[in-house]
Design a protein around this ligand. Structure first.
Ligand code: SAJ
Length: 415
């Protein structure tokens, strides 16, 4: 019997479920826990509750083999992996309520010797905070045994996989493991060695928390640079795409691509966790967030200005997803631009086109002047064409259909 024969994964989302599946495939006995009864039933039936390539057949296999099951109640185990959401609140600080409630659910099950891992992207200090919540709920335990109490081992191992490539990146990517103690990090490494072929890099918990946030903040700052250039170029009448193409011929320059803003539940969120941890120091990181969010407002104003001459304006908004060729509309700048535009111009019809969804999300469906349609009819009916996402479906649009219309191409797809 292996040292990690009973693993409990808390949170069966985009990270928890693939991790549970991969561990089960590696020979571990895994139980997944989620508050959502429908998700639990889906997993127990071997059915994938969301879209992710290559995950469905492995899930079916491990459930059929009895290696993975799911429940709504946290069971006893010798290893716990916490992979719950850490969204941000109105004031841009992290909502740790899911992490802390997982800690309170785990605590009564612990008797000493267990490993508790936090995988959720978290502000610095969260792993320590989670451990304190466990110890407050179950004071019989300790983190270092100095008081003679049984020891639990707590570490942070942030996920870094790209949605759409999770099954590959979960196995191939290098991973950072930050222990509250060296022993915790060492034990966590033994677990990840079960399925991870990438390098396993050990450090302390706060450095591991900051490493994950740094990766996404780095990307955000670099995209902000590109977005700021796009504003400068609009003012100067320069083609920003050509400018970037030319500059990137320099051997040490790699400017990223501008767009309608930055979306997704990671890059648009994580930098704020650094800002709230060190508000006075994180001036560049904060400004980058503001530049990227400001780019979406700029696009809304461009569209308002473009329709100002029309009596009964019609705008075709191409794309609602947060990036190309996916169906994920969370934290999407395109969706926000459509919502803001329709809200500010109640007399304007906004024809939204999103080939990856069958119906509008609730916030847009509630607006009487927004409808979901196909790309050809949207372009035919519109005065202004607002390209918001560089989906492959939009690449091949018949250019002659755009003639005589005002085109705002935020991704440089049709240049
Ligand atoms: N974007 C641009 N210009 C670019 C590149 C991206 O405007 O040149 C925009 C995209 O359109 C999108 C946003 O940025 O709106 C984010 O897209 P992305 O593909 O860069 O990243 P995500 O959010 O899908 O995944 C990121 C990844 N992090 C890094 O690349 C540093 C992934 O590895 C992380 O695991 C993931 O965040 C996460 O979960 O944190």
């Amino acid at each position: 019997m292996s040292a990690h024969s009973r693993i409990v994964v808390i949170g069966l989302g985009y990270i928890g479920l693939p991790t549970a599946v991969v561990l089960a495939r590696a020979g571990c006995r895994v139980t997944g826990v989620d508050l959502d009864q429908r998700k639990v039933e889906a997993v127990n039936n071997g059915a994938l509750p969301f879209v992710e390539p290559d995950l469905d057949h492995v899930l079916r296999e491990v459930v059929a083999a009895g290696a993975l099951d799911a429940t709504t109640e946290t069971p006893a185990g010798d290893t716990y992996i916490v992979a719950v959401p850490t969204p941000f609140l109105e004031d841009k600080t992290a909502d740790l309520s899911y992490v802390l409630s997982a800690a309170r659910a785990i605590a009564p099950k612990l008797t000493g010797g267990e490993l508790v891992l936090l995988e959720s992207t978290s502000p610095p200090g969260t792993t320590q905070r989670m451990a304190e919540e466990i110890l407050a709920t179950n004071p019989a335990l300790s983190l270092d045994g100095s008081d003679g109490k049984p020891v639990i081992h707590v570490a942070h191992c942030p996920e870094r996989v790209l949605p759409g490539r999770i099954m590959t990146e979960l196995v191939e990517n290098d991973r950072i493991i930050g222990g509250l103690t060296e022993e915790a990090a060492r034990r966590a490494k033994v677990l990840y060695e079960r399925f991870c072929r990438g390098e396993l890099l050990l450090t302390d918990a706060v450095t591991a928390e900051m490493a994950k946030l740094t990766e996404n903040a780095f990307r955000d700052v670099n995209i902000a640079f590109a977005n700021e250039l796009s504003l400068i170029c609009d003012k100067l009448g320069v083609d920003v795409w050509r400018l970037i193409e030319l500059s990137n011929h320099h051997p040490r320059v790699n400017v990223l691509q501008p767009g309608p803003g930055v979306g997704g539940h990671c890059i648009a969120v994580d930098p704020w966790f650094i800002v709230s941890a060190a508000p006075e120091q994180a001036t560049l990181i904060r400004t980058a967030r503001q530049v990227n969010d400001g780019k979406s407002d700029y696009v809304v104003n461009q569209a308002i200005e473009a329709v100002s001459a029309a009596k009964t304006p019609v705008v075709a908004a191409l794309g609602l997803a947060f990036k190309a060729n996916i169906d994920d509309l969370r934290e999407s700048p395109a969706r926000q631009i459509v919502r803001d535009l329709a809200g500010k111009l109640p007399d304007c019809r906004v024809l939204a086109v999103e080939p990856h969804v069958e119906k509008l999300p609730a916030d847009l469906a509630g607006l009487s002047n927004v409808e979901l349609t196909d790309v050809v009819s949207a372009i035919a009916a519109a005065d202004v064409i607002l390209l918001l996402v560089d989906h492959d479906e939009f690449r091949g649009v018949d250019r002659s259909a755009l003639e005589g219309k005002r085109v705002i191409d935020t991704k440089g797809l049709w240049r």
